[in-house]
Design a binder for this molecule. Structure first.
Ligand code: ADE
Length: 244
C-alpha cells in the first residue's frame, strides 16, 4: 500500500512511522509512506498557506489554491481516494479501517487552523473521516491513528497471521482477558483452562470472556454482533446473575 500525507507538519510523522509495526511494514516493503509539506505548494515567496475567513470571525482557513495544487500534484493522473481528516467526517471504525486496508493507495489531507476552504471539499476530497467526537488542533494525530489502524490489517504486517481476527471490534465484540507468565503474581493465578491444553475449551473460554467483557463495558455492541443460540443463552444467564 502507498500512503501519502499532505500536512503542514511532516516532522510529526517521523517518530510514529519509524518505530514498531509501522516501521516493520515499511521495512518489509508492505507500506510505502511519504509525508509531503503543503507549504511546498504555496505560490508566493512568503509560502502563505492560510488566510482570514470571508465574512470575518476568528481563525485562519487553508487556502484552496494551495491545497488543491498540493493534492493534484501528489495524486497525478492515477485514481486514489483523497481523505480529509476532520471532526465532521464519518467515524473511523474497524469496518472502515478494514475497507481502507484493501486499497492500493491512500492520500490523506490534514486540515489545520479553523479548517479548509469549502471548495477544496468540492473539488478534491473524496472522503472525510473523524477519529472521534472531539476536536484536535490538526488532522495529523488523526491521520496517524488511521494509518496505524489500517496498516496493521494489511496481510503480513503483524507476525502471527490471523491475530487481527481476534482483535477487539473485529467481530463486533471486545476481546476478553489475556494472561502470560508467571503463573502466580501477587496472589493472583491464571484460569486453569488456559494451561489445560484443550484447544476447544480454551476457544470457548475466550469467546465467553469476550462476550462477558462486551456485556460489562459495551453492551451496545451486542445488538449487532453475530451470536449463536448458546451465546445468547449465556448472555441471558449473565443478565439474570446466574453466570460468571
Ligand atoms: N481534526 C481535528 N479533529 C479531528 C478529529 N476528531 N478527527 C479527525 N481529524 C480531526
Amino acid at each position: 500500500m502507498k500512503i501519502e500525507v499532505l500536512t503542514l507538519f511532516p516532522g510529526m510523522f517521523s517518530g510514529v512511522m519509524s518505530e514498531s509495526m509501522m516501521w516493520k511494514a515499511r521495512d518489509r516493503g508492505l507500506l510505502d509512506f511519504a509525508a509531503r509539506d503543503i507549504r511546498d505548494f504555496a505560490g508566493d515567496k512568503h509560502r502563505q498557506v492560510d488566510d482570514t475567513p470571508y465574512g470575518g470571525g476568528g481563525g485562519m482557513i487553508l487556502k484552496p489554491d494551495v491545497l488543491v495544487r498540493a493534492i493534484e500534484s501528489v495524486k497525478g493522473d492515477a485514481d486514489a481516494p483523497v481523505i480529509l481528516l476532520s471532526p465532521q467526517g464519518r467515524k473511523l471504525t474497524h469496518a472502515v479501517a478494514a475497507e481502507l486496508s484493501q486499497l492500493p493507495r491512500l492520500i490523506l489531507v490534514c486540515g489545520h487552523y479553523e479548517g479548509v476552504d469549502e471548495r477544496v471539499r468540492e473539488l478534491a476530497i473524496s472522503d472525510e473521516i473523524s477519529i472521534g467526537d472531539y476536536v484536535l488542533t490538526g488532522g495529523e494525530l488523526a491521520a496517524m491513528v488511521l494509518i496505524d489502524a489500517v496498516v496493521r490489517l494489511i496481510p503480513g504486517v503483524l507476525g502471527a497471521e490471523g491475530a487481527q481476527d481476534r482483535d477487539s471490534h473485529a467481530h463486533g465484540l471486545l476481546e476478553g482477558p489475556h494472561y502470560t507468565r508467571p503463573p502466580e503474581f501477587r496472589g493472583l493465578g491464571v484460569p486453569a483452562v488456559l494451561t489445560s491444553g484443550h484447544h476447544a475449551e480454551v476457544e470457548r473460554w475466550r469467546r465467553r470472556g469476550a462476550l462477558k467483557r462486551t456485556w460489562q463495558r459495551r453492551p451496545d455492541l451486542l445488538a449487532s454482533a453475530a451470536l449463536s443460540d448458546d451465546e445468547r443463552a449465556y448472555l441471558a444467564q449473565l443478565d439474570a446473575g446466574e453466570a460468571d
